[in-house]
Design a protein around this ligand. Sequence first.
Ligand code: ADP
Ligand code: ZN
Ligand code: ZN
Length: 740
Amino acid sequence: MASSALPPPFLEVLVDQKIDKPLCYENCGLLLFVGSRVLVPLRNKIVKATVVKALEKPSFAKTAKIHSLLEEESLTEDLMQLATWMSEYYMTPFQKVLTTLLPASLKKKTQKEEQFFVEKKASLATLIELAASISQKNHPQKKVLEVILKQDKGIYLSKLLELAETSKSPVDTLVKKGFLALKKIEVDRSFFQHEDFLLAPSKTLNSEQMAALKKITTKLDEKTFHTELLFGVTGSGKTEVYLQAIHKARSMGLGVVFLVPEIALTTQTIERLLSRFSEQIAVLHHRLSDGERFDAYRGILSGKISIVIGARSAIFAPVQNLGLIIVDEEQDGSFKQTEEMPCYNARDVAIVRAKNLNALCILGSATPCFETYYNAENLKYGQSTLTLRAKQNPLPDVKIVDMRHEDDKKKCRALFSDLLLEKIEDRLKKGEQTLLFLNRRGFFKCQICTSCNETLKCDQCDVCLTYHKGENILACHLCGFTQDPQKAFCKKCCSRETMRFQGPGTEQVERALKALFKEARVLRMDRDTTRHKGSHDALYREFKSQKADILIGTQMIAKGLDFPLVTLVGILNADSMLHIPDFRSQENAFQLLSQVSGRAGRGDFPGEVILQTRLPEYPVIHHASKEDYKTFFHEEIILRKQFHYPPFKKLCRIVLQSSESTLLDQFGAYLTHLFEKTRETDVDILPYTLCGLTKAKGQHRGQILLKALKFSSLKKMVLKIPKHEKIKCLVDVDPLQTFF
Ligand code: ADP
Ligand code: ZN
Ligand code: ZN
């Protein structure tokens, strides 16, 4: 990685603190290069920093010396190149981009973790004899020996004590007598234990999969940059193609990064990957502890690990000789960082990283993002299609039920249509499984005042409070604020009696179902039931092993899960998405509806979907029910063109936030005026308005949208935004959504 043999005499570094100007230090003979992580003195402290430039002469008159090198956390040359691009493209200071690239744990001081490890010191025969000589059956030493004898090499002390159900003293005794040895070793915290997985063979690909793989391997062999869209209907076996592509890349000695949406980073996905490779794989997900993350980073950096699977930020893994990047469900919103700058999209970063490295990037989806499909249609990307389900079974049969008729029949807002209830009953009889999807957790969506129609909102955020029956609280899903429902009153009429609950959530669906089908075993999967580490896996296993008949859930059940025994999917209500005033709302609705429907009939039995809606006339409902992406795309793209939205113009969203609403409005109006006065000719300006979410966590929110043909014009405009100490400005290039 070092570019020259002689260490540079002076260096510019960016410290991890909030100083975005580089500082100059003198090198003291260390082998440093751009991207090295170092410790430097700064105002009586030693702080972490990144080398950004090597110099022959100091750029300041007086320079201090670099303290030391942090060998285990350097950024590679290719990541530094990527950071430079991100800083430019996402209009974010370089220092801030660097902080995004480094895993949070490296910015803190993390220690390697050491644990006691117990090994056999005497011969196997001696130990067996010793165990046999202890006649008392439950003798602690005997139990320790029995566990040890079952181990190949040795065992962690903590695990040994757990299995032998004893304290440490019998182990100490056996160590003292020379039968066992106790030593401290470093633990790898980032890796799944491979012993837990049996290696599974590759599947024989069908002809479509074969054609896709052939194209991919040809591109890998060419060793030039290429982006390939793997456009395959739900259940078409995209994962199998990825797995065999990874095998090919590894056989060529190439490193691999495999990105999946956070929500799909489940045991299922991980198992499918781990069961195919005998080498170590790093799994990066947000539940890792700092220590685990640190270990993974070191393993990857040292070249010990060449396959990385993870969510958004795994795109920054310092994989050596990276040759293949896969982005599964490339359209997924979780790849985009929106809360903070740089507002990067890991999918796009993946493409740029692949380009810098002459690598191959595979984008997989059943419902590609419009920009992606547009690029594939215009031959900017290659395209492989899988039109059939891998197991030869047909796509599910989707029936649309107009819920307005059901409301009339029942003289109230119906939760389930008669048809859906009939089908659920049928599945219960046949012992097949059902998934029910509702995009709202909690019991009731909100409390509303029956006298003035005002909904009860969080004081800090512009969202209504959701009722959770289990805990008997009203909760804000944005900031976590909770309130006793007994004390809730209408802020307009000041009355408590007029408050009524409205809009069902998953919790209510669960109760209603249990009342309707007393014998049914019902599970619920949403953010409330998966809060604890491992609870998601537990629910998944329970349902997969047929310990339940019906699984109710939110988004969480829509993505990536493969339950072969599910033959019925009920979509209770998807209408709320269609009303969102965003240029992408139809696209998003299509994606979600197809994904949910795609959960049905993945095994040996055909699937059926009941799609309940009060907006059956919307074209997206119709197209999604047929999983007809192309027709939908060609209809919708006309509107994109007409209204100058991506992919026809580049979009940039400027979100302004402040605790003072008047000041915010004034600033927004001023900025709009400034933009209009100095407008580049290819730019459209959508003047300042409040965001759909007008307030979050006490901050008022407003926005301006800019659309331009040229990126450079957007940049020129954004550079004009003046700094204001009371206003936070977030620049979101290529926003995924423009409303909330
Ligand atoms: P997708 O990711 O495209 O939705 P999956 O990769 O989850 O689809 O595949 C759907 C199902 O088909 C899985 O159960 C998978 O094991 C199976 N499958 C994939 N490829 C084949 C194949 N060539 N032969 C048999 N089964 C396959
Ligand atoms: Zn009221
Ligand atoms: Zn709130």
